[in-house]
Design a protein around this ligand. Structure first.
Ligand SMILES: [Zn+2]
Length: 132
């Protein structure tokens, strides 16, 4: 599923929002945003300036964690695809292709069960690496 692109009503930065998500944090201005029910539009719940210190820290943390997850996912996919191609002659094309597919098919965002696919992929990779 493609994430929809909307713009932050506070700073108008483009935001990639996963389908079904109702609350969003703007990675640029750190505002809390929420979808207006029935509309594909966001409204500002609170801007960074309006938050209390604790809340601000929490939002910043959530944004960082999200970015970290995305970077990790990208790195994983790259490594996994690389290993799968390398391992193909060793483990046979069918297994190699399956591993490659696993590696490239998890492009989702938060809340799509990525952690479990990453764990499964990790086990697969460990198995492949042991063969190399
Ligand atoms: Zn913003």
């Amino acid at each position: 599923m493609k994430p929809q692109v909307v713009h932050c009503p506070n700073c108008s930065a483009p935001l990639h929002v996963a389908m079904g998500e109702t609350e969003v944090l703007c990675e640029y201005c750190a505002s809390k945003l929420r979808f207006v029910p029935g509309h594909a539009e966001l409204e500002v719940v609170r801007t960074r300036e309006e938050m209390k210190r604790r809340e601000r820290v929490d939002v910043q943390k959530a944004i960082l964690e999200k970015q970290l997850r995305q970077e990790e996912l990208a790195r994983w996919r790259e490594t996994a695809a690389h290993v799968a191609i390398k391992a193909m002659p060793v483990v046979g094309e069918a297994v190699g292709r399956a591993a490659f597919r696993t590696a490239v098919s998890h492009a989702g965002g938060a809340g799509c069960g990525c952690m479990s696919s990453l764990l499964a992929l990790g086990g697969l990779l460990a198995g492949l690496l042991a063969l190399l």
